[in-house]
Structure formats: C-alpha cells, structure tokens
Design a protein around this ligand. Structure first.
Ligand code: ING
Length: 330
C-alpha cells in the first residue's frame, strides 16, 4: 500500500529589510502556484517566511519590533490571500512566522509555524522550543542572534497532527539540531516532519565552525529522519540578507535517511518529491520498532553529571535588559 504525499519544499531566497510585505507575499504566491502546477499536495515555506531574519539586529523598541516583524493575527490582512489561494488551488501549506498575541491579558511572542490544509483551515500549530543565541545585546558581535530576547520558549510541546493522509509534525530551525525533537515526535508515530530554518553562516558564538554549517545542517535532519523512521522536509530562507549570508540546502529526506530532493540555489526554488508515508513502515516495524528494541527502563537515571551541561565557564555578562523570568539561564 502507498500513501503518497506530494511535497514542494519552497525555499525562499533572501528577504531584505527594505523589501515590501507585498513583494514577499507575491513570492510566496508564485511558489504556491508553481507547487500546484507540479502536482503538490502541500507547499512548505521556511521559518519566519514573511520578513528578513530580524533576530540578527538589536531592536530595543518593542512596539517598533512588533509592528515591523510580528503578526497579530493569522490569517491577517497581509496573509489572508495565502489562505484564500490555497483553498482555491486545493493545496495545503506550512508557514513560519513571528507571532504576537495576548493570552489571559498577557502579551506573548513566539517563533511559530502552522499547518494549513487544502481547504485553507489551520490544522496544526507549533511554537519554537529551542531558541539559540544569547538573551542580551552583544555589541562586540558583528551579527546578533536575539531569539531569546524576542521570543518566549514555545509552550505547545511537539504535537503531531492527522493531516495530508498521515501523522505530521513540525519543528523550527534550531530544534532540528536536538535529538529530543525527533524522538518526542517519533514516540507519537510521526511520519513527516516539516522544519523551516534561517541559518546564518557566521555564528559569533562558534565562529570556528562556520565552515561546517552546510554539513551540520543536513547531519541532524538525516539522522533524525532515520532514527525515528520519518520523512523530514527542511526548508531554508537563504542567501545574503542585508549583508549576511544564510545557508540553503532545502531538502526532502526519506525515513531511510537519504536526501531524495534538494535545492541547489540560494534563491526562491522548489524541491519536489512524491513521498510515500508507508516508506516509514519498514523502519518503524524493524530497525526502529521502539516497543521491540528500545529499552528506556534500562538506560539508567537520565541526569547530567555536574558541569556536564556547560563544561566551559559561562561568559555571559549580566543582561542589559530584563529578560522575562522564564529565560532564566541554567
Ligand atoms: N538559526 C540557527 C540554527 O540553529 C544557529 C542558529 C546558527 C545555530 C548557526 C548554530 C549555528 O540553524 C535559527 N534560526 O535557529
């Protein structure tokens, strides 16, 4: 039996800070129409797909930051056309965006992704849990990574959703580097994981490893797919945004760990594959039959030996602005 999902990984080239929101929406619509013309059931957009990767800038004025980069509603005035076109074409989509909302009278900000079905209804939502970078402005860095300042840690866990004929999950960017991401989804029987990313080549906190960014992009996604018997669709926003280059390599990865489609440019480009969800079965029922072979009760107490978590002396300076309590450093 085959449960085929035709997937269009819709990589985005750079979005400059000066680019209009209308120009971005136009690009997303063009990719959606191209995906439909290829026969896709779902088009997968990157993380923070509506704007430049703004966490590289220190923007202390919250009102200005939210006005320029955050969505107060989804669909909202700019994005409603995506939902309407998806319903008209009969195609689902995954979209990453910066979410600001008020819950129980408290303003919340998240790095968020949604799954929308072919009728234009939101059927899944995820809020990024692994926020990389640093919580405080570091003027000595040529490029900031201020996700810990701009977003709260996601509060939805790693849920799975029954849509597109299978069990679907999501993660966002840095999440893809952590084995827990895939295992928590794998333990729920996930068959396809959508992951958008914006990954600058230069990481001031580990500049010695910049040359390995492409290798260390694919490595965890291929391993995570194989070790949890799931498809993984990783989609980049890439190219040079306001002077800083981000990696591409948007890929569709099989439960075997093989890359079955990959973008080869740093521009708007679709990587397309017919993904058989039943390809997961041989791995879920043989090598990675968790019930038959996995033995968490024998692994011993899962704790970290003192100092094992951060073996190096922390060099964090006191933060220059109060970071919300839940950002407490360990
Ligand atoms: N970006 C990066 C990522 O995890 C990063 C942060 C860059 C981490 C380079 C390590 C090296 O791909 C996001 N948005 O998480």
């Amino acid at each position: 039996m085959s449960r085929i999902v035709k997937v269009a990984a819709a990589q985005l080239g750079p979005i400059q800070r000066a680019d209009s929101r209308a120009s971005v929406i136009g690009r997303l619509l063009a990719l959606m129409r191209e995906a439909k013309s290829m026969g896709a059931d779902v088009v997968v957009y990157p993380e923070l797909a509506l704007s430049a990767f703004f966490t590289k800038w220190y923007i202390p004025d919250d009102a200005a930051l939210e006005a320029e980069f955050f969505e107060r509603e989804m669909p909202g005035p700019d994005t409603r056309v995506l939902f309407e076109e998806a319903a008209r074409l009969g195609i689902g989509f995954h979209l990453g965006y910066a979410e600001v909302t008020v819950e129980a009278g408290v303003k919340r900000r998240f790095n968020t992704a949604i799954l929308v079905d072919a009728t234009g209804q939101i059927v899944g939502k995820y809020r990024k849990i692994h926020l990389p970078g640093h919580p405080d402005y570091r003027p000595e860095y040529p490029i900031q990574d201020l996700e810990k300042m701009y977003f709260e840690i996601g509060d939805l866990g790693f849920p799975v959703f029954d849509v597109f004929g299978g069990v679907m999950g999501m993660c966002i960017c840095n999440d893809r580097r952590w084995p827990e991401t895939y295992r928590v989804l794998g333990l729920q029987g996930v068959e396809m994981i959508f992951c958008g990313y914006n990954t600058p080549i230069h990481n001031p906190m580990a500049a010695s490893e910049d040359h390995l960014q492409n290798f260390q992009n694919l490595l965890p996604m291929q391993a995570g797919a194989y070790q949890n018997a799931s498809w993984v669709v990783g989609v980049a926003k890439c190219g040079v945004e306001d002077g800083w280059e981000m990696i591409g390599q948007s890929s569709i990865i099989s439960p075997s760990g093989e890359i079955v489609a990959m973008c080869s440019t740093l521009e708007d480009e679709i990587a397309f594959a017919r993904c058989d969800l039943d390809r997961t079965a041989v791995y879920k029922h043989a090598v990675f039959d968790f019930a038959a072979h996995r033995r968490p009760e024998h692994y011993g107490l899962i704790t970290s030996r003192k100092g094992a978590i951060s073996p190096f002396p922390r060099t964090d300076r006191p933060t220059e602005r109060t970071v919300p309590a839940h950002h407490d450093e360990e």
